[in-house]
Ligand binder design. Structure first.
Ligand SMILES: *[C@@H]1O[C@H](CO)[C@@H](O)[C@H](O)[C@H]1NC(C)=O
Length: 245
């Protein structure tokens, strides 16, 4: 019996000490599991209060997307809509409340879940991001599994989605919102050119690996990888500095 000591006298077995219940190995595991439980409790508390750090809300972002479409000189003028959205946001939200990236020339390619497009990060913090994402060519891929709710406000073109067991195509035209709930998975397609104002709220850092995995395992586009990390990190830091979590 491992850990058991037998006491023998005159060739007879007189007693056997069973392993003590307080073996160092057991104490170690009790400590490890306690730390894990404490950590999980801490995470669930943070998850319950994260909404306090939200600045944007899905409804006003949707209204803004619709206003940008309504004011656009042509239905495919993404550059105009981007400027319209930026102007509205910078005059609505004080820079002491939320940091916005006003450099609308800062577009980055993005490959994720097999789809390719480009994005302009308007805002990124620990609990929210707001980007313009799309491509004039069309693309298709996996939505990813996210620890965040994602509101895809279509500005230009159309996005399609597939969510079995519903075997019919979901169709999201310009002006509509495709809400991908936290944890939900879909196949999506921007059949032809499509751009959207994408608002995500939840745990943004947990979305980053999905956003970068294709660069590491497929495209090997180290420049895009580098700039994505730099711009995302910079925007999250700028927000942390004004205590926007
Ligand atoms: C921003 O857009 C929203 C939605 O269209 C609108 O209600 C609000 O008045 C706009 N704010 C500014 C400062 O333009």
């Amino acid at each position: 019996m491992p850990g058991a000591n037998a006491h023998v006298a005159n060739g007879h077995l007189v007693s056997v000490d069973l392993p003590t219940t307080k073996s160092p190995l057991r104490t170690k595991w009790v400590a490890r599991i306690s730390i894990l439980l404490l950590f999980l409790t801490f995470c669930s508390i943070l998850d319950a209060v994260k909404h306090r750090w939200y600045v944007f809300d899905p409804k006003s972002i949707h209204e803004l997307a619709q206003a940008a479409i309504a004011h656009s000189p042509t239905p495919d003028d993404t550059a105009f809509m981007t400027q319209y959205i930026l102007k509205n946001l910078t005059s609505t939200y004080p820079s002491t409340q939320i940091a916005l990236n006003s450099d609308s020339s800062e577009w980055l390619f993005n490959n994720a879940g097999g789809a390719m497009g480009a994005m302009y990060i308007i805002h990124a913090s620990i609990t929210e991001y707001l980007i313009i994402f799309g491509t004039p060519l069309g693309t298709e891929g996996h939505s990813g599994i996210h620890a965040a709710d994602d509101y895809f406000n279509i500005l230009v073109g159309e996005q399609w989605a597939f969510d079995p067991p519903n075997l019919k195509m979901e169709r999201y035209p310009a002006g509509s919102v495709h809400h991908l709930r936290r944890g939900q998975v879909k196949q999506y397609k921007m059949h032809e050119g499509c751009f959207a104002l994408e608002y995500a709220r939840g745990w943004i850092p947990l979305m980053v690996p999905f956003g970068l995995a294709d660069a590491v395992t497929s495209t090997l586009d180290y420049k895009t990888f580098y700039y994505t990390v730099v711009v995302t990190g910079r925007e999250i830091l700028r927000n942390l500095l004004i205590l926007k979590i």
